[in-house]
Design a protein around this ligand. Sequence first.
Ligand SMILES: C[S@@+](CC[C@H](N)C(=O)[O-])C[C@H]1O[C@@H](n2cnc3c(N)ncnc32)[C@H](O)[C@@H]1O
Length: 288
Amino acid sequence: MTIGQNLSTAESFRREALSLLAFVCRRDASWVIAHPEYKLDNKESRLFAKKLSQLKSGWPLAYLLEEKNFYKHSFTVSPAVLIPRPESEMIVEAALEYHQKKHYRQQIFLDLGTGSGALIISIAGHINNQEISKNSCCYFGASDISAAALKVAEINARKQRLKSKISFRRGDLLLPWRRYLQINRHSPLFIAANLPYLTPKEQAQEASIAYEPKLALIGGRDGLELYRRLLEQLASLKMSGPLFLMMEINPRQAPSLIKEAKKYWRPEYIQKKSDLSGRTRFIIINKS
Ligand SMILES: C[S@@+](CC[C@H](N)C(=O)[O-])C[C@H]1O[C@@H](n2cnc3c(N)ncnc32)[C@H](O)[C@@H]1O
């Protein structure tokens, strides 16, 4: 490493340590900088020493601060959930665009594998603010196979006063929604799916994700097992209304997932969407 790289690593460690100090003192970073004379009490000192040693051993800062910003809001995170990533904000944007463009009366928004709830809470929060004036109604549902993740999602919904607007259910992919979707088979349906898509080898090789739950990362042998099952479950529901399914993937998986999707949907309904670096990050099924 060059001197410049070493200096920048040291500077970023200093910034993170400062955030930890602010966290244990329950103040913000500017207060910490302005009060070098403040003496930490025993409890604060112990907590800071523990968090600093976790930071040194590679724990992500978001877990140590117990929060992460996503789509303009702060979300509680714990090691039971994936730390929400900025690229997933494109799913929120697509949902809001879908809601604005299509003037359907009753739209259903589902977030499968909700984790911290960042996607559905951001979608519901924005739509809910607009809906108050329009008086049209939407249904918001979020599910996860992990009970611990659902608890975190519910904490976040409560924090943003959206708990009563979102249904939370535990279960495999679309199974918790089967009955609801059968009853509402003609309603426009938007599905957000950022499901685990890494192979076990990819997960093991990537040090930066070592502290995140394997259940949130590994998608079977080729990473596509959950998406394959989701497409099968969705096709078997025989929904007759408009459908928008947005699946986040690793760019290299695009050709295989498109091939899978073609088993159930005509090619004109299948789209690719790139992230800001121009790599195919989403596969979309869009049927009006
Ligand atoms: C990649 S994380 C995404 C979390 C969140 N949606 C986000 O974008 O930050 C995948 C989530 O899917 C959940 N999951 C794994 N297998 C599942 C299954 N069979 N059915 C439902 N959820 C599942 C995991 O527990 C995890 O919370």
